[in-house]
Ligand binder design. Structure first.
Ligand SMILES: Nc1nc2c(ncn2[C@@H]2O[C@H](COP(=O)(O)OP(=O)(O)OP(=O)(O)O)[C@@H](O)[C@H]2O)c(=O)[nH]1
Ligand SMILES: [Mg+2]
Length: 464
């Protein structure tokens, strides 16, 4: 049987108990199924109703009452999938949903849907292009507000428009080349060629920017790491707990309390942030502590922001070797020197005036984890740094597949430039542009194979 002929049914809300659950049905048997299981107060004829209608109903299976709730009908083509569709709102007991889905299957009126099958049908029926379909899954899966926001432009069709704009530019380029081919039997004019090269470069820059920004967005979406480092007893674990707002790390006056690194995820300014409390840095013979310090160093390497804690209750502080090394190569990290224990500040404690100013990656402040003084200032500073570091002007977070096609387009455009330089016959350049056009069509899904579509939609939830 043609897979598109089937009527499909699925629980679209998460499995398990809840206040309500939603069942979705799509396909030509949708209304027969509803007729069989739902009794509405006025016994409406669905075909006389407008194309979208919400109705109260009691649900029955073979005359046995199972629930009361509501449903919406959507008539083709005015539905998510473009087919006749219904959404049932029932009580969130998995037993009720199971009864309905099993009944529909046993009556051979429909079958349980595959992951992403509703969206796949929407794509087949021209309700959306492939870029938008993929963005829907991303919106559902996004783990942070940042990731969510990075995908909005794609969802609203900006990426689709961009692809079409690039396509129009490439087609124009191709037409210009072909005009040269048709009308001149001599070499292409110099200025004409320079113009073509200029156009290719412009498109290439756009794509390179897109790829670069997407990589950056992907990296930020994975999360930013902040490491709290410093000598033993400086108050690192105390600060970790203050930032988290609960007692995650063990705090004690014994030096070397934290032996392994401890990490937790929080959200700051919509960005996923992994905050790591590390073992205090000091010379030690203890092998467990040594291993802990080795891990501290690794945590420093992986972190964008380093909170370097200094015990302000002690006189004469000297940077450890790790911090010295860090400061020598600070270009891709941000360091905040924090003089802690401000409440017990020693008159000869290390002073912020010792800081090398004029370095945009270096900050410093006094803090007391005990009284909470300046804690808000520190949090604001971290927030500002994160906002600064994660600002991307034109955010398109590309899926792996999309990234691949844009990279291929970029490669082809590089080839085109190379061919121009080599004075290659225009026919060959024109055929290279066909590759670009092909990848653009793959991006939007105008050309696609079953295998690729299968892969894309299998990553969706069931019922979407
Ligand atoms: N007076 C004062 N004491 C503090 C402050 N912050 C932390 N302490 C105390 O300093 C001691 C060490 O604190 P921790 O948070 O365990 O220090 P740590 O840097 O994690 O130490 P290690 O894990 O051993 O490297 C504890 O007794 C804390 O109560 C502060 O702002 N003022
Ligand atoms: Mg500690």
């Amino acid at each position: 049987m043609d897979i598109e002929e089937d009527t499909i049914i699925a629980l679209s809300s998460p499995p398990g108990r809840g206040a309500i659950a939603i069942i979705r049905i799509s396909g030509k048997n949708t209304f027969s199924i509803i007729k069989k299981i739902a009794k509405t107060p006025n016994n409406e004829n669905f075909y006389e109703l407008p194309h979208r209608k919400l109705l109260r109903a009691n649900f029955y299976i073979n005359d046995e009452w199972i629930d009361d709730g509501m449903f919406v009908i959507f008539k083709a083509p005015n539905s998510y999938t473009g087919e006749d569709m219904a959404e049932l709102y029932i009580h969130g007991n998995p037993l009720i949903a199971k009864k309905i889905i099993n009944f529909v299957s046993s009556e051979t009126l429909g079958r349980p849907s595959l992951p992403g099958e509703f969206t796949r049908r929407a794509f087949y029926n021209g309700k959306m292009d492939l870029l938008k379909a993929e963005s829907i899954n991303r919106l559902i899966q996004a783990r942070s507000e940042f990731e969510f926001n990075s995908i909005k432009k794609t969802y609203f069709g900006d990426l689709y428009k961009l692809v079409n704009k690039i396509r129009a530019e490439i087609l124009l380029l191709k037409a210009q080349i072909e005009a040269e081919l048709d009308f001149s039997d001599q070499d292409i004019e110099y200025t004409q060629k320079e113009n073509l090269i200029l156009n290719v470069n412009e498109i290439k820059n756009k794509i390179e920017n897109l790829l670069k920004n997407s990589s950056l967005l992907a990296k930020i979406s994975q999360g930013i790491q902040i490491a709290i480092v410093g000598k033993t007893n400086a108050g690192k674990s105390s600060l970790m707990n203050k930032i988290l707002g609960w007692d995650r790390s063990i705090v004690s006056e014994i030096e070397g309390t934290t032996r392994d690194y401890i990490s937790e995820e929080i959200e700051i300014s919509g960005i996923l942030v992994r905050i790591v409390d590390t073992a205090g840095l000091r010379e030690t013979l203890n092998i467990i502590e040594k291993e802990g310090i080795k891990r501290s160093k690794e945590a420093i390497k992986k972190s964008l922001i380093i909170l370097h804690l200094i015990d302000g209750s002690l006189p004469k502080y000297e940077f450890t070797q790790e911090i010295k090394e860090l400061l020598q190569n600070i270009s891709n990290k941000i360091i905040i020197h924090i003089i802690n224990k401000k409440d017990q500040l020693h008159p000869e404690a290390w002073k912020l005036e010792n800081l090398e100013i004029n370095n945009k990656n270096l900050f410093g402040l006094y803090l007391s984890c005990k009284t909470g003084e300046n804690l808000d200032e520190l949090k604001n500073l971290i927030e500002k740094i994160i906002q600064n570091q994660t600002y991307v002007s034109d955010p398109y977070l590309l899926e792996e597949r999309q990234y691949y096609h844009f990279s291929k387009i970029n490669e082809s455009l590089n080839n085109v430039l190379h061919l121009f330089k080599q004075n290659t016959p225009l026919e060959i350049i024109s055929s290279e542009l066909n590759d670009v056009i092909h990848h653009l069509a793959e991006l939007t899904g105008e050309v696609s194979t079953e295998e690729i579509l299968g892969k894309i939609f299998s990553m969706f939830c069931i019922g979407k």
